[in-house]
Design a binder for this molecule. Structure first.
Ligand code: PEP
Ligand code: MG
Length: 357
């Protein structure tokens, strides 16, 4: 396990004394969560649940769920996934005992879940008890021309609420099973409107009430949203009426603000930086090119509606020192970075706080 010892450890103790913002980590496995804790993470800022779905033991059930004809078919697959998710969340809560854990409900580009090989279709056909041809036709119907702007994030939860219902149930069952109950922060992805968040929060709240009644026990939890679309940033005052926290998803927010594909930008970005079109790589630094301005607008509007709203960032920028300085400037409560960037984030957060004094 990594450890921060000697002079470096001392420096980190000084840094922690000087910083205001908390530092969390992006992690979805108990191992990554443990690494993050060893590096001083004070919680998980983003647990991407879609990563859990790719596990070889469950991808067939996931494909069965996605390719199901109707809700009944989806629920058959979801019943297989519920115990797996319960285990996933229990393990993470145990590692992070006592610290906040933000779990983001499913946000896949749908095409990543679709089967491609003949053998993959055959596995789903056997699990679901339907013919391969039916599944191939369904996969063709689900094809998207632009998956990153397509049926992902909460759009999936709006069309198939039973998926988010299963995940919320797994989170609450896991949390209730522990002696020291965590305070899960349930996060809805790719929200653009207040109504989307309202619908998804209803699904989560309903699952919570059901589990609490079954277990004869209640726990505290929060429901909040990613802010990763310009519309969400601009309408943050409305969205804050429903969500009790915002986490800035600056990977998507950069993509959608600049209209630049996060997966294809490499082909021209160096030219843009060399020729001074962008001051820096906008997928690294958010203090330039308008993304930061949207964060500032959203933070101000969110606080106007809900003064105690919790504000964080979980895009890649959360581990970038210049971006962390910007987060300090606009008053975010925490940054969340990948586990190995947690020490840098702790130092950068301290430098940013000291520079403000
Ligand atoms: C983001 O968009 O910044 C984010 C954290 O979500 P993801 O990278 O999973 O889309
Ligand atoms: Mg995103």
């Amino acid at each position: 396990q990594p450890e921060l010892v000697g002079d470096f450890g001392t420096l980190m103790v000084w840094a922690d004394a000087g910083r205001r913002m908390k530092v969390r980590a992006n992690a979805e496995t108990p191992l990554d969560a443990q690494t993050a804790r060893d590096f001083g993470a004070e919680g998980i800022g983003l647990c991407r649940t879609e990563h859990m779905f790719f596990d070889a033991s469950r991808i067939t059930a996931v494909r069965q769920m996605i390719l199901a004809e109707d809700e009944k078919g989806r629920r058959v697959a979801l019943d297989k996934l519920l115990p797996e998710q319960r285990k996933d969340f229990t393990a993470i809560f145990e590692v992070m005992a006592g610290l906040p854990v933000t779990i983001r409900l499913l946000d896949p580009p749908l095409h990543e879940f679709l089967p491609h090989q003949e053998s993959e279709f055959a596995e789903v056909a056997e699990a679901a008890g339907v013919g391969i041809e039916v599944l191939k036709q369904r996969a063709a119907e689900l094809h998207e021309f632009n998956p990153m702007l397509g049926h992902r994030g909460c759009r999936l939860g709006v069309t198939y609420p039973e998926i988010y219902e299963m995940q919320a149930r797994a989170i609450f069952e896991a949390a209730c099973s522990l002696e020291v109950a965590p305070v899960p922060e349930i996060m809805i992805p790719l929200v653009g409107t207040k109504r989307e968040l309202e619908l998804m929060k209803d699904v989560v709240d309903k699952a919570a009430e059901e589990v609490f009644a079954e277990q004869g026990k209640r726990i505290d939890y929060l429901v909040g949203t990613m802010i990763e679309l310009p519309r969400a940033a601009l309408m943050a005052d409305e969205i804050a009426e429903v969500g009790s926290f915002f986490s800035f998803g600056t990977n998507d927010l950069t993509q959608t603000t600049l209209g630049v594909s996060r997966d294809d930008a490499a082909r021209f970005l160096t030219h843009y930086v060399d020729k001074g079109i962008y001051a820096r790589d906008p997928f690294v630094s958010l203090d330039v090119e308008g993304v930061g301005q949207l964060i500032e607008i959203a933070a101000t509007k969110g606080k106007a509606t809900r003064p105690d709203i919790k504000l964080g960032i979980c895009g890649e920028h959360g581990g970038d020192p210049a971006s962390i300085a910007f987060c300090e400037k606009v008053g975010l409560d925490y940054v969340s970075a990948s586990p190995y960037r947690v020490p840098i984030a702790r130092l950068a957060a301290a430098q940013a706080a000291l520079a403000k004094k």
